[in-house]
Design a protein around this ligand. Structure first.
Ligand SMILES: C[S@@+](CC[C@H](N)C(=O)[O-])C[C@H]1O[C@@H](n2cnc3c(N)ncnc32)[C@H](O)[C@@H]1O
Length: 214
């Protein structure tokens, strides 16, 4: 299994941050699909894991309303700086953006729902997933979306996907089925995708993990 390179990701996103929203504008509708799939309720606590520039924050706030809480984390200070300027604090009861990786983050509260929006490196790491999922309420709803390879016979398109995503992903492990590791941690797991699309939305509910050895 390949390993993600956190330092390389932080370096890439330092450069990308000022133009990231413009470069990724074509995936906004897919991000919205993943947010819809979370089936959020007013007043809930939602986590935006690897929140980046925070494009999803205001859409999450619309769903949970002024009584809800959003927690976001990202290891890139430059991406987080954009996220901080994004959402008026009054939109929700509490908005907390934390500079941290998924492997090390400590959340201030257990969460009802988790969004992984275009966080391939993160969902291919057992350490990252277990650290985040342990801090969710049992049964918390999860939605993950990102890019995946097309069917193998579309190899020129797949070559293009790999090349064009080098700035965004440092670990192309299981790029044909990026949800496969996440699926092992969730109940009611479902994935919506197909051989002729580069998009997927995977959903499920957090299955309680065994306590960590001391
Ligand atoms: C493609 S961006 C997605 C940002 C945002 N979720 C979106 O939908 O636009 C990937 C983000 O994951 C963050 N990231 C990379 N490795 C990470 C890790 N190990 N833990 C948490 N975030 C990570 C990057 O800093 C970057 O902001």
């Amino acid at each position: 299994m390949e390993r993600a390179d956190l330092q390389l990701a932080v370096a890439h996103y330092r450069e990308l941050a000022p133009r990231y929203d413009h470069f990724t504008r074509r995936i906004n509708r897919i991000r919205k699909r993943a947010i819809d799939a979370l089936q959020l309720q007013p007043g809930q606590v939602v986590l935006d894991a690897g929140c980046g520039t925070g494009w999803c924050l205001s859409r999450l706030a619309e769903r949970i309303g002024p009584g809800g809480t959003i927690i976001g984390f990202d290891p890139s200070p430059e991406m987080l700086a954009v996220a901080h300027s994004r959402l008026p604090e009054s939109a929700v009861r509490s908005l907390q953006l934390i500079e941290a990786s998924a492997e090390s983050v400590r959340l201030p509260a257990p969460v009802d729902a988790i969004l992984f929006s275009y966080t391939h490196d993160l969902i291919r790491s057992r350490t990252a997933l277990e650290n985040v999922l342990r801090q969710a309420k049992p049964g918390a709803r999860v939605a993950a979306t990102s890019t995946k390879l097309y069917a193998p016979w579309l190899f020129p398109a797949n070559w293009y996907l790999r090349v064009s995503h080098r700035g965004y992903i440092t670990n192309f492990d299981s790029f044909e089925a990026p949800w496969s590791l996440l699926a092992t941690y969730l109940d009611d797991f479902e994935v919506r995708t197909g051989p002729l699309t580069q998009h997927y939305v995977a959903t499920g509910r957090v299955r309680p993990l065994a306590p960590q050895a001391a």
